[in-house]
Structures are given as C-alpha cells and as structure tokens.
Design a protein around this ligand. Structure first.
Ligand SMILES: [Zn+2]
Ligand SMILES: [Zn+2]
Length: 154
C-alpha cells in the first residue's frame, strides 16, 4: 500500500507489540487495520467496557484511505488532544509517527484515572460509614444542638 501521508512512501508489514501493522518506510507513520486498533489498546487495557468511546470531534481529514482512497475522517482520540484518521468504510486507522505511543500513554492514563476514581469512591463510602458509626446512639444531631442554643434548652 502507498502511504496516505507522504509522496512515494510505502507501507510495509511490521510487528508492533505482537500486532502486524503497516509502517511507512519514509515517514514512519502507521496503518492499523480496524481490529488492530483494538489489539493495540488491548496491550494496555483489555476491558472494552472500561475504555469509553473513542471518537470525539469528528471532521473531514486531509488524507485518503490507503485501501479505498476515500477521504478519511479525523477524530480526537478519546477526547484527548490526539488527532487520528480513520476510514469511513471501516478499513482502519492512520497514526502519524509517535501517535501509537500516545495512544498507549493515554490508555495508561485512563487506567490511572479509573483507579483514582474507584479509590476516591471507596474513600467517600468509607467516610460516610465513619460518620454514621461516630454518631453515638441517643446523641443529639448538630442541628439539634444549635437549635438548643437559641431556645435555651441545652
Ligand atoms: Zn509516509
Ligand atoms: Zn478505506
């Protein structure tokens, strides 16, 4: 296949993290068949339901699909500032040089964020539990005490 990005570049099959991708001999851009994008992400996170949606801010691309020559669509990868091109016919994705590393970095960041959210929710639940257990049986609520100050009944 010809490189969609540079004139005269050729895409040759290369092994990338165990995935057969096509890499341009000239600009080092990378073509991923449709399912290979998923495989690439799976090297970091293989739970699809935790990944969220991939395509944000879709707009027409300036390059054509190397398989069908249709104009591709650019989207922001998972709401991050990482523009990636994909073929509307479902042929695959074009990653400019270094973008495949950004994909993996962002996927790792997403895992960290998910873990942080999970632990924050855990802490919050623990905090609420702590509040509930601190309230000794029969003790007045804060509101009850404040009310007591105004009515003179302590
Ligand atoms: Zn190229
Ligand atoms: Zn195509």
């Amino acid at each position: 296949m010809d490189c969609p990005r540079c004139d005269g570049g050729n895409l040759v099959v290369q092994d990338h993290l165990g995935i057969e991708v096509d890499v341009c001999t000239r600009c080092q851009g990378m073509w991923l068949d449709h399912h290979e994008m998923d495989l690439l992400e799976d090297t970091v996170l293989d739970k699809d339901d935790m990944k969220g949606s991939m395509m944000y801010a879709e707009r027409p691309s300036d390059i054509s699909c190397p398989k069908c020559q249709d104009l591709m669509t650019t989207f922001n990868y998972r709401a991050y500032d990482l523009p990636i091109d994909f073929c509307n016919q479902g042929h695959g994705f074009w990653l400019d040089p270094g973008e495949e590393k950004r994909v993996l970095e962002l996927m790792e960041k997403r895992i960290r964020d998910l873990k942080r959210t999970a632990s924050a929710e855990g802490e919050w639940a623990g905090f609420l539990k702590g509040l509930a257990s601190k309230k000794a049986p029969g003790s007045k609520s804060v509101f009850g005490k404040v009310k007591g100050w105004f009515t003179g009944k302590r």
